[in-house]
Design a protein around this ligand. Structure first.
Ligand code: ADP
Length: 271
């Protein structure tokens, strides 16, 4: 590759140049590997629903003289098609977030509005899961970024909290202003996550409980999207969880700092 040619040439220039260029090649290879893995994972994940669609189409064909059967297969076909739609749209979201050209907008975003919008977006899901979502904590927090991206991130945490909770459970969405940081915490009283899985759940397509994730319509991409969206905002996401007790996912974002106004009496910082 071009990178290798450059590094071979640099090797002749002297030892000091080699490190830098070799590093560059490694970074290029790492990105290439990431792209390769993403395509491989994605194709693998698409195979199951695509296979199901094809089998169901055959089944409908061979059940042609049994209308109730045809209707039952058609409903399952529709469910698989919906799953594929959800999966492809999430793959696109994640691929957008992973690409270096997609920079979040730098607008002032009200955290209250982000929380309200994310809770509202999952009101139906909460209703049908018999889960109550409660909001609380500090008001008036502002961060800098892209509200659509943040609503999706917080919404994904809420969707999981509902999906992995029993009927009658509560989900809490709380905001805390902690100095220069705004913390948005989503807490549930659901099934919890084993310690050995906690490290891995943010990887794309990783599921602690594959059967349950499929049943609840999961794609295994929700937390990977959260992680990338939050990192794009200079923040981080953490998890605390105990199996059988519940989980808390926390998004920490830098608080928005208003630009210094000309002529205003702003105290100088120590440096
Ligand atoms: P999925 O679409 O499968 O929910 P995610 O990336 O959102 O994918 O989550 C990855 C895995 O982490 C899930 O399959 C599930 O095993 C686990 N998980 C995520 N959130 C929770 C939660 N609130 N409670 C229990 N397990 C969770």
């Amino acid at each position: 590759t071009e990178g290798r040619l450059v590094s071979a040439r640099a090797a002749r220039l002297g030892a000091s140049h080699i490190l830098i260029v070799v590093d560059d090649v490694t970074e290029q290879e790492r990105l290439e590997q990431m792209r390769h893995d993403f395509v491989a994972n994605t194709s693998h994940e698409l195979k199951t629903p695509v296979g199901a669609v094809s089998l169901l189409a055959e089944a409908i064909d061979s059940a042609a003289d049994d209308p109730p059967q045809v209707r039952a297969f058609a409903a399952r076909l529709q469910a698989e098609a919906d799953r594929l739609t959800r999966l492809t749209s999430r793959i696109m979201d994640l691929s957008r977030l992973q690409s270096a050209d997609e920079v979040p907008q730098a607008r002032e975003v009200s955290v209250d509005e982000v929380v309200v919008a994310s809770v509202e977006a999952h009101a139906l899901q909460a209703d049908s899961g018999g889960v109550t979502v409660v909001r609380g904590g500090d008001r008036g927090a502002v961060v800098s970024g892209d509200s659509t991206m943040l609503i999706e991130a917080v919404g994904n945490l809420i969707a999981n909290a509902i999906a992995y909770s029993p009927r009658g459970a509560r989900v809490g969405v709380g905001v805390r202003i902690d100095g220069p940081v705004v913390e948005i915490a989503v807490t549930d009283q659901g099934i919890g996550i084993a310690e050995s899985d906690q490290q891995r759940i943010f990887e794309r397509f990783y599921r602690a409980d594959v059967a349950r994730s499929r049943r609840t319509g999961g794609t295994g991409l929700g937390l990977a999207i959260v992680k990338h969206a939050v990192q794009r905002h200079g923040g981080e996401v953490r998890v605390w969880s105990r199996l059988g007790r519940g989980s808390t996912f926390t998004i920490r974002l830098p608080r928005y700092e208003p630009p210094v106004k000309h002529g205003s009496k702003r105290r100088k910082s120590a440096d």
